[in-house]
Ligand binder design. Structure first.
Ligand code: PGA
Length: 251
């Protein structure tokens, strides 16, 4: 049985002081989520990770938004996995479409980062999704299939057992243009079948999320799809009231 997962992606938002306020206010929500067998988490910026880890409930998943695949070295501006681990961070969002678009994050780079994460027993949230042009050209499955296969090539079923994959159509991120729940189900199912082809029955344990303009009003519809195990939420995860509503609407 796959546990539901609601993960906020804060992107480049919130000062550490604001993150602290949110973390404190989220404590009862983490308790509520736990009681209902739901995993709840947020992805703050690097500078707020330690603060959120300190002030949120121990049950709150705290995810970094990126990492480097090398342990240390001459990589100005980067943060390594051991640096995250020292702060108790063991989840990392990988290959978000904004990083693919603005930071040249290729499937190969995602692969290298996930190899390092698996070696450290950490959990990647691997983001995949097609652009509007690819969607209109009916290439969604071609693009998403390639992202899944190239990103995860050569790993074992043991490596990927805790992996989370997030299907986020680029045209629905931050635009208010939702993919229908039928599309979300179809592509999340396709992701699972691709994982099954690569790794066998562990595909039934891997959580596949939908992301892209998820709001309190539509979160329940997505999560009622059999292959959608949760949501990766940007804008609607920033305010504690809206984050709480997201959770309450899937209890
Ligand atoms: P959004 O972002 O919910 O604001 O569309 C989702 C994401 O980028 O993960």
């Amino acid at each position: 049985m796959r546990r539901k997962l609601l993960l906020g992606n804060w992107k480049m938002n919130k000062l550490a002081s604001e993150a602290k306020e949110f973390a404190i206010a989220s404590r009862p929500l983490a308790e509520l989520a736990k009681k209902n067998n739901i995993d709840l988490g947020v992805g703050p910026t690097y500078l707020s990770l330690a603060t959120v880890k300190e002030f949120a409930s121990k049950d709150m998943i705290v995810a970094a938004q990126n990492c480097h695949y090398k342990e240390s070295g001459a990589y100005t501006g980067e943060v390594s996995i051991p640096m995250l681990k020292e702060f108790g961070i063991d989840w990392v969002i990988i290959g978000h479409s904004e990083r693919r678009a603005y930071d040249n994050e290729t499937n190969q780079k995602c692969h290298d980062k996930m190899a390092a994460l698996f070696a450290n027993k950490m959990v990647p949230v691997y983001c995949v999704g097609e652009t509007l042009a690819e969607f209109e050209a009916l290439k969604t499955k071609e693009v998403v299939g390639k992202q899944v296969r190239e990103g995860l090539e050569g790993f074992t079923s043991e490596d990927v057992k805790d992996l989370v994959v997030a299907y986020e159509p680029v045209w629905s991120i931050g635009t208010g243009k939702n993919a229908s729940s039928a599309i979300a189900q179809d592509i999340c199912h396709f992701v699972r079948e691709t994982l099954r082809d690569m790794f066998g029955k562990v595909a039934d344990e891997i959580r596949v999320l939908y992301g892209g303009s998820v709001k309190p009003v539509n979160v329940k519809e997505y999560l009622s799809c059999p292959d959608v195990d949760g949501a990766l939420v940007g804008g609607a995860s920033l305010k504690i009231e809206s984050y709480e509503e997201l959770l309450r609407n899937i209890l």
